[in-house]
Design a protein around this ligand. Structure first.
Ligand code: GLC
Length: 626
């Protein structure tokens, strides 16, 4: 059952697709204080799931989270926000219910951080919260999620080929780099379906342009790659370079399509191309205009995109930068002791994604004019919607391959997400495992993390273990930052072990794809904590590093350096599948704890029933699966 409580919402967020009548006089499970804070007392055993893309465990209790889409390159445990704002929590205690706080502005979830037995939810404008609150009750945790998902609408399903393996790298600077990458995969016999184009393909990082020097024939390249069964997936950034003579800028500027500052001028920010402007995706006309620009690339044979920097990420604003240069002058010629030296250094560090910049520009929507800060969490989602709707218009018979960095619930109907700029750290394999079910609760099924880690340098063993987990993630993409060591599946000398693991992904695709589609169609979760399938099992409730995948599989990835075995809890009798050296063997195991040997390169997983494997292929075009 879903109950709706309405508190003078700022703007329709587009998160929900069903009209629920407002509950009048029905008791809330929360106490609403005079300060506008929602308070819930948790008993000792209460677990709290949800919140989508956040740090820390599957049970979110014990930390404080802030929904405010953030360009945050360090996903460490002390962070409160990442790129997504997914305001759904699922309380699993004496009382069981889901709560969706539908608001486009900042909102803080203190889940037993300040007081271990209290959860508080604090919207930005306390005194009088401005949001829609949905309280969902049901027969089981999974049922509550299903009902919530039916409220927010059916999740996006990408085309089949998007379930293949993809290679990305910021730093493939020209066509030759792309061809070399494709050749290396082919020569190593490693299957691949996609190669991603990062900002390097553009001319001076300008959206919807292609560098004539470095990518002189993108259309020809896309055709040649497609002949080999590989799609090229370019990046599109939110900000548009401010440059007279650049048609996208000129057109948008003339028509007043960019976000405005308080005086009505274009709000100017610094992102990859330097001084740039932000399309005002809150205006439906701008959404269509920007979305139709993707045609420049679809005309070259491109069928998929990743949308980036759409929190929106601001390195600085034009005004902020001017002020910083003025401020730094004050330090010149002075003795810089510890405090003012750090002060001087921070003059520039403080510029990025500053609260004052987020409070300095405006959106025009059919519902009125809004200061950005109040509706911040919708910006990235509206960019995804812009792209999705235009791509559907351009190619009505196909689903586009599309995913984004920033998101709000609702964007799950238009595309997937990846979990942003993680690190080549062992802890980030675990983080990714723990994020997946929380994302699924919020509708984001087509998701994955940068395999091997984005920032920092990857090692052979880390990549092997990461891939062994990512075999099961719907979005399977290896991606790395410029300047880091190569981490392609062919980069570490021996390629056989990588070939076996990635081939296993393709052999499992019939299962992965059909379970994904089933989850979409029944508003279910593809990844689930064990708790969701075994509610009467007290041990299953505490397992934080294993996942149910689809109806029949359970995975227990290795995510620690040097480990060659790990403890695995089987909530019932299961078949253990082991892929070792390309061969698959099985063994029946009883319910209970097991210490399972998992040498580097073996992929071990568990099943409630027998699984059928496809024959090995080099890409999805060779595979029939439904
Ligand atoms: C951002 C993205 C990353 C991309 C980089 C350059 O950091 O998150 O994936 O490689 O920008 O475009």
């Amino acid at each position: 059952m879903i109950k709706r409580y309405s508190y003078d919402p700022v703007i329709g967020t587009g998160a929900t697709v069903r009209e629920i009548e407002i509950s009048v006089g029905e008791p809330l499970p929360f106490t609403l204080t005079d300060d506008g804070v929602f308070v819930y007392e948790m008993d000792g055993d209460t677990r709290v799931y949800g919140l989508g893309e956040t740090v820390r465990g599957m049970n979110k209790r014990g930390w404080i989270y802030e929904s405010f889409c953030s360009d945050e390159p360090f996903h460490t445990e002390d962070k409160r926000s990442l790129y997504g704002a997914h305001n759904f929590v699922l309380i699993d205690g004496e009382q069981r219910f889901g709560a969706f706080f539908d608001t486009p502005g900042r909102i803080t979830f203190d889940i037993g951080y300040t007081d271990s037995s209290v959860m508080t939810v604090t919207p930005d404008d306390t005194q009088s919260p401005r949001l829609e609150l949905y309280i969902i009750t049901g027969d089981s945790l999974r049922d509550i999620v299903r009902q919530f998902r039916s409220l927010i609408g059916r999740s996006y399903t990408p085309p089949k080929w998007a379930f293949g393996y993809g290679q990305s790298r910021w730093g493939y600077v020209n066509q030759e780099d792309i061809i070399r990458c494709a050749d290396s995969y082919r020569d190593a016999g490693i299957p691949i379906d996609m190669i991603y184009l990062d900002i390097d393909y553009m001319d001076s990082f300008k959206d919807f342009t292609v560098s004539p020097e470095r990518f002189p024939d993108l259309k020809g390249l896309a055709a040649e790659m497609k002949r080999r069964g590989i799609r090229l997936i370019p990046i599109i950034d939110a900000a548009v370079k401010r440059e007279e003579g650049f048609d996208v800028y000129d057109e948008g500027h003339e028509r007043g399509y960019f976000c405005k500052d308080k005086d009505g001028g274009d709000f100017v920010v610094g992102v990859w191309p330097g001084m740039s402007v932000l399309p005002d995706f809150f205006d439906p006309e701008v959404r269509r205009w920007f979305g139709m620009k993707y045609k420049t690339l679809t005309d070259m044979g491109i069928e998929g995109f990743w949308n980036d920097m759409n929190e929106p990420a601001l390195f600085y604003s034009e005004k902020g930068l001017d002020n910083a240069f003025k401020e730094i002058k004050d330090y010149e010629g002075k003795q810089l002791g510890a405090l003012n030296f750090f002060g001087a250094r921070d003059v520039f560090n403080r510029l990025a994604n500053s609260d004052s910049d987020y409070g300095s520009f405006y959106h025009s929507s059919p519902e009125g004019r809004f200061i950005h800060r109040d509706v911040h969490n919708l910006y990235g989602s509206l960019m995804t919607r812009s792209a999705y709707e235009a791509l559907k218009e351009l190619r009505p018979d196909t689903e586009p391959m599309l995913f984004s960095r920033a998101s709000y619930i609702g964007a799950h109907r238009y595309g997937g997400i990846w979990t942003g700029d993680n690190h080549s750290w062992w802890s980030h394999i675990l983080l990714s495992m723990q994020q997946m079910p929380a994302l699924n609760m919020c509708g984001f099924l087509f998701s994955g993390s940068d395999i091997g880690g984005f920032n920092g340098c990857c090692t052979r063993d880390l990549l092997i273990r990461w891939l062994s987990f990512a075999v099961f993630t719907p979005l399977m993409r290896n991606h790395a930052a410029a300047g880091t060591r190569s981490q392609e599946a062919f980069a570490f000398g021996d390629t056989e072990v990588f070939r076996h693991i990635i081939t296993l992904r393709y052999r499992l695709l019939p299962y992965i794809y059909s379970e994904f589609v089933k989850a979409v169609e029944s508003d279910d979760m593809y990844f689930r904590p064990l708790r969701f399938d075994y509610e009467d099992d007290e041990i299953a409730a505490t397992v934080e590093d294993q996942l149910m995948v689809g109806d029949a599989l359970m995975i227990a990835p290795v995510y620690t350096q040097n480990a060659v075995a790990r403890h695995v809890y089987l909530p019932e009798k299961m078949i253990q599948y082991r892929m070792s050296g390309g061969e698959i063997s099985t063994e029946e195991l009883n319910k209970g704890w097991h210490y399972i040997s998992v040498p580097l390169g073996d992929v071990v997983f568990f099943a409630k029933r027998e699984i059928t494997f496809a024959d090995p292929v080099m890409n999805t075009s060779e595979l029939a699966f439904n």
